[in-house]
Design a protein around this ligand. Structure first.
Ligand code: GLN
Length: 454
């Protein structure tokens, strides 16, 4: 049934880059066989999922939604996807995304943008952005093409698309999920996580995805907690911090209202609400847009036409010409912009002024959170400053697009677990998300607050 829905919705949503119906069926059959023999099914036994096309999958094209990787069929499986298959899940296909996970609307994909299944209630039929970069994942889960999907979050790419489409997504503590076999964007920020219909499904899937991996030098060597078994919506004795600095001038009224609703729901669940300050919040976005491109410019140097996917070899070209032609043809405009920014901020004359400065800001942001968590257990804030915008609306203005990440990037810079949960609809009938940020390693606290809100 899921395979049929994936095929039927492809023209309308463009959520998948490739479908792999046989893989989903294979997992379902393997689960049936285990059930018949009375064997344990695994936490994801038989569940068909969508895989963001940033995870390397053996023999199945892995593109990061870029032309430069078109036709690349890895000989290895990412740790996270392997863990999901080991837990019994099956793959419905590879999901569309922003190219190299750079974007907030899915409009940077080489394979065309994803279209959100949602529409405004104004009688119009404007196509809306599903968020990004995990926009194929958010659209597919929201349209019920799959019960759950993988996402990755570097500066909000699980949380913002979840908010835009009325689903739930969690970015765990940096290091919880192995980065091995995930196409690298900004290695000190990249983190995989689940996107699903509700908190419980996210907890189940995160348990399958997380765990120490010696192949990733930043992997956390800690046992995976039983998040699902310990879910509780009882917030008695818990303090919820409301960061003053996230209340910005000219904020969307509906977003403010949903934030107030969230505060009221957590109070009803027994929480105490406290006012907190994260004084360096306004520097988080500029610091992110230096650090992430800097790391990207280094990570993307490997796409040179020699080792992966596309090779553009003009008549009579030498090696340098081949590099240049391949990259010119293979990378999209946003990816080139980031490589240029990243190369610039790392260059000898500007390194101290930009990169070192941004790293210092990053430390200050982490310290802000550390101080705040002395007086609260979790932090509640909006996920994004607005509901989903129309496709095309921000596409010519990168700064406006980057502003969409303003509430998401602080937790990324600090490596903290953060989740987006649906928090009702705005006046246009579009979903809004609330974000719960927790202490490092306290996914449980985050999930529990999420459960109390949903
Ligand atoms: N929208 C942000 C960016 O474009 C975040 C992307 C992400 O988390 N992968 O960088």
């Amino acid at each position: 049934a899921f395979n049929a829905n994936v095929a039927a919705a492809q023209d309308a949503l463009n959520a998948f880059i490739v479908a792999t119906p046989e893989k989903a069926v294979e997992a379902a059959k393997a689960t049936d066989a285990k059930r018949a023999k009375g064997e344990a099914l695994g936490g994801m036994g038989g569940v068909p999922i969508g895989m963001k096309d940033l995870f390397a999958t053996v023999g199945v094209q892995t593109t990061a939604a870029s032309h430069i990787l078109e036709g690349f069929r890895p000989e290895y499986e990412s740790t996270v996807s392997q863990k999901l298959w080991d837990a019994g899940a099956g793959m419905l296909g590879k999901l569309n995304l922003d190219q190299f996970a750079m974007g907030s609307s899915n409009e940077t994909s080489y394979f065309g943008n994803v279209i959100s299944p949602w529409r405004r209630n104004d009688g119009g039929n404007a196509s809306l952005a599903p968020g990004g970069s995990s926009g194929g994942s958010s659209a597919a889960v929201s349209a019920r093409l799959c019960p759950a999907a993988t996402g990755t979050d570097t500066g909000g790419s699980i949380r913002q698309p979840a908010a835009f489409t009325g689903i739930t997504g969690i970015k765990p503590t940096y290091g919880r999920c192995s980065r091995w076999g995930i196409v690298a964007f900004a290695s000190s920020l990249d983190q995989a996580g689940p996107m699903a219909r509700d908190t419980r499904d996210c907890a189940i899937m995160l348990e399958a995805m997380a765990g120490f991996d010696p192949k990733d030098s930043t992997s956390l060597d800690m046992p995976v907690p039983e998040w699902e078994a310990n879910l509780s919506a009882d917030m008695k004795g818990k303090k919820v911090g409301i960061p003053r600095e996230y209340r910005m001038d000219g904020m969307d009224e509906d977003v403010l209202k949903s934030w107030d609703d969230g505060i009221a729901w957590l109070k009803d669940a027994g929480a105490e609400i406290v006012d907190i300050s994260l004084p360096h919040t306004r520097y988080a976005l500029p610091a992110y847009y230096i650090i992430a491109p800097a790391e990207a410019s280094s990570n993307l140097a490997r796409y040179d036409g020699v080792r992966y996917g596309l090779r553009d070899l003009p008549e009579g070209a030498n090696l340098q010409d081949m590099y240049a032609a391949t990259r010119a043809a293979g990378f999209g405009a946003e990816v080139k912009r980031r490589i240029l920014i990243g190369t610039y901020v790392l260059s000898a004359g500007f390194y101290d002024a930009y990169y070192t400065q941004a790293q210092k800001v990053r430390t200050l942001i982490s310290l802000d959170f550390k101080n705040a968590f002395e007086s609260c257990d979790v932090i509640l804030a909006p996920t994004a400053p607005s509901a989903a915008f129309a496709l095309g609306e921000n596409v010519d203005d990168p700064l406006k697009m980057y502003l969409n990440d303003v509430f998401a990037v602080p937790a990324s810079l600090a490596g903290l677990p953060a989740m987006s949960v649906p928090a009702g609809l705005n006046r246009e009938g579009l979903p809004l998300g609330l974000q719960v940020i927790g202490r490092a390693f306290d996914e449980q606290g985050v999930l529990n607050a999420g459960l109390a809100i949903e």
